[in-house]
Design a protein around this ligand. Structure first.
Ligand SMILES: Cc1ncc(COP(=O)(O)O)c(C=O)c1O
Length: 465
């Protein structure tokens, strides 16, 4: 009897929970919290420059009211595999963290922390100048040398951010009459650098070297006088895939073009001695321009451009705005990155990369077994394609609630309709965390998909009724 009445109580609770869930979905759909994309608000019109932002703010308010605004969350503490996070509305949660970029877990490495403390002690907290106006330090010069050795491309210019390295290099090197051929999914820093440098931009289909060749041939057929820069990434940050660098580089030389490869996400975390996709593809020392960011594997802000030409480095020093006109990396940042490079190149780095890859393979296997599509190749980034922004926003909310933190990405990070969960793994995640996360993610995607389908059907019926 006791059991029967408990069962009846449980059934009632389940029904109540299901009704509440349906009501929540209906309210989200009716309010427009799950609709629209950032593309609608990107180019506001109106004479009042500041006032015309209000539509975006309304959209944010609708989404935020239902907990589906995924941006501007804050870490409370370090970016560890288990982390505390607060969302923009002040809701806190502690859980498994796949939203931070610390691929080899070097941000919590004691030797890296010691390097930061030593740099603070020796040189203070501040670079106190741009790199060309006494912002360099002994450590930053040693870092240039260490990066040059890591990518086997001697002449290295440092930048205060990876963004600045990409934007600064392209705008310094490419003149208005020149041409740029750029992968359709290249990072915003590269695309915006290209747009600031020239209007002669051709966009190649993602990873499609044959298309790059077609574009180069077409440009050279009409213009033999001006330079061409071809821009791609070693490992694409939203797709976790890599172009055929040897064919791309050979094609560039055939058409008197220059290749620039952004290795922000692969350098250090993949490849022999941490040499990234360039190393994996046997292209070390053979790429015209290698550009990278320290913020994914090397525990610091900062970026670099490496070239085989001293003259190119000289040009970047004088004409790359974020190098010349922005203060240099702080001594602490330079010391941290230098220490990280040392670990990356040592046996310890190899072991950390093996730990990272074990985690990546395990996660991809578990998610794929649940019929989720893990895009690209195994790397620290595991993009799980969802497609619809509506479903993906709901999944993001559910994962936060279940203490699994991932970045839910949509336009402008990826094309409209290609929304995805971007999971970033670290060497220090463990298999229990990965198993739990995979189960929660698979459950959330299934439940969200069903909830949106039935919620949209209810809306349709109400309209008809
Ligand atoms: C491919 C790529 N390039 C450049 C950058 C810019 O680097 P940072 O964030 O360190 O400035 C990023 C960072 O998001 C990136 O993903």
């Amino acid at each position: 009897m006791q059991n029967v009445s408990n069962r009846a109580g449980t059934d009632q609770n389940d029904t109540d929970a299901e009704r509440a869930w349906e009501a929540e979905i209906d309210a989200m759909l009716a309010s427009g919290a799950l609709a629209g994309t950032a593309a609608q608000f990107a180019q506001p019109h109106g004479a009042n420059l500041l006032g015309r932002m209000e539509q975006l703010e309304d959209w944010h308010a609708r989404r935020s009211a239902h907990g589906v605004w995924q941006y501007a969350r804050a870490l409370d503490g370090a970016p560890h595999p288990i982390a505390s996070i607060q969302d923009e509305a002040g809701v806190s949660a502690r859980g498994i963290n796949f939203a931070s970029q610390d691929y080899l877990s070097l941000a919590s490495h004691p030797v890296v922390a010691e390097a930061a403390a030593r740099a603070l002690q020796d040189a203070g907290p501040h670079s106190a100048g741009s790199a060309v106006l006494l912002g360099n330090t002994k450590t930053s010069l040693a870092l240039e040398k260490a990066i040059g050795e890591l990518v086997q491309t001697e002449h290295v210019t440092l930048f205060p951010t990876g963004w600045g390295a990409a934007f600064g290099a392209i705008t310094a090197l490419v003149q208005a009459q020149d041409h740029i051929v750029i992968d359709q999914f290249a990072h915003a820093s590269l695309r915006q650098g290209a747009s600031a440098a020239t209007t002669n931009i051709s966009i190649n289909r993602h990873l499609d070297v044959a298309h790059v060749r077609e574009l180069l041939a077409a440009i050279r057929a009409r213009d033999a006088e001006h330079a061409i820069l071809v821009v791609t990434e070693g490992l694409f940050s939203m797709d976790s895939d890599s172009p055929d660098l040897a064919t791309l580089q050979a094609s560039c030389h055939e058409y008197n073009a220059t290749l620039m490869v952004d290795v922000a996400h692969d350098l250090g975390a993949l490849g022999p001695d941490g040499s990234g996709c360039i190393g994996i593809q046997g292209m070390l020392g053979k790429i015209d321009l290698v550009m990278g960011a320290f913020s994914k594997t090397f525990s610091s802000n900062g970026g670099f451009v490496a070239t085989k030409s001293r003259a190119v480095k000289r040009h970047l020093q004088l004409y790359a705005g974020p190098h010349m006109f922005s203060n240099a990396l702080s001594p602490i940042q330079a010391g941290v990155v230098l220490q990280c490079v040392e670990i990356v190149r040592a046996e310890e780095g190899r072991l950390l990369r093996a730990d990272l890859m074990r985690n990546v393979q395990a996660l991809r296997k578990l998610l794929s077994a649940d019929d989720l599509l893990c895009m690209g190749m195994p790397s620290a980034i595991v993009p799980v394609l969802i497609g619809s922004e509506t479903v993906s926003r709901l999944v993001g909310k559910m994962l936060f609630k279940h203490s699994v933190f991932v970045n839910q990405v949509e336009f402008p990070g990826v094309p409209i309709g290609a929304s995805r969960l971007r999971l970033q793994l670290m060497a220090n995640h463990n298999i229990q965390q990965i198993k739990r996360a995979a189960a929660v993610i698979a459950g959330a995607v299934e439940r969200a998909t069903a909830a949106i389908d039935s919620g949209e059907a209810r809306m349709q019926m109400r309209k008809v009724g």
